[in-house]
Design a protein around this ligand. Structure first.
Ligand SMILES: [Zn+2]
Length: 179
């Protein structure tokens, strides 16, 4: 399997709606791909990584979000579908496809997501706080939506100016971050 590389904004794959993972695609190869995505995410210091972020235009992501009680919400989420949301939270958000950029984003506080696991079995998760934020952020990636689109117009302009600055100083390579 070829080495996965994290794709940076504005690569078109990040702005494209991903295709569902078909039932025939589940298997050992797919599981290996998901395992590799966990490794890439961890090396990059992220808590979530969606397939489009490694150049694969499909609907799945991995996440490993620490919880206050010391546990982790560690999941591979295939073909996610947001069932319901509740409440509201505002906090800083980052994205491995936007290196060095953190900005306030308003999200739902709680989310119930239906999906499949890497064996193709149906799962449903009920998550709050950072884990909910992560699921919403990564499901957006599956829909070709980036967190820039979720910012207020003012914050979005600030973010775009910062991206331009980073591009000008060469700190934003525009396409790939090697991991
Ligand atoms: Zn992201």
């Amino acid at each position: 399997m070829k080495q996965l590389e994290i794709v940076h904004y504005p690569d078109p794959v990040l702005l494209t709606v991903g295709k569902p993972v078909g039932s025939e695609e589940f298997g050992i190869e797919f599981r290996n791909l998901v395992d590799q995505m966990f490794v890439v995410m961890e090396k990059a210091g992220g808590v979530g990584l969606a397939a489009p972020q490694v150049g694969i235009s499909q609907r799945f992501f991995v996440m490993d979000v620490p919880e206050d009680d010391g546990g982790h919400q560690r999941h591979a989420i295939i073909n996610p579908r947001i069932v319901s949301v509740e409440g509201e939270q505002t906090g800083d958000e980052g994205c491995l496809s936007f290196p060095g950029l953190y900005q306030q984003v308003k999200r739902d506080m709680r989310v119930i997501v239906a999906a499949q696991d890497t064996s193709g079995e149906d799962i449903e998760l009920d998550l709050k706080g950072l884990a909910a934020r992560c699921v919403l952020h990564e499901t957006d990636h599956c829909d070709g939506i980036v967190f820039l689109d979720r910012m207020s117009p003012l914050k979005r302009e600030m973010a775009k100016r910062k991206i331009k600055r980073l591009q000008n100083t060469g700190e934003w390579d525009g396409r790939f971050a090697r991991v």
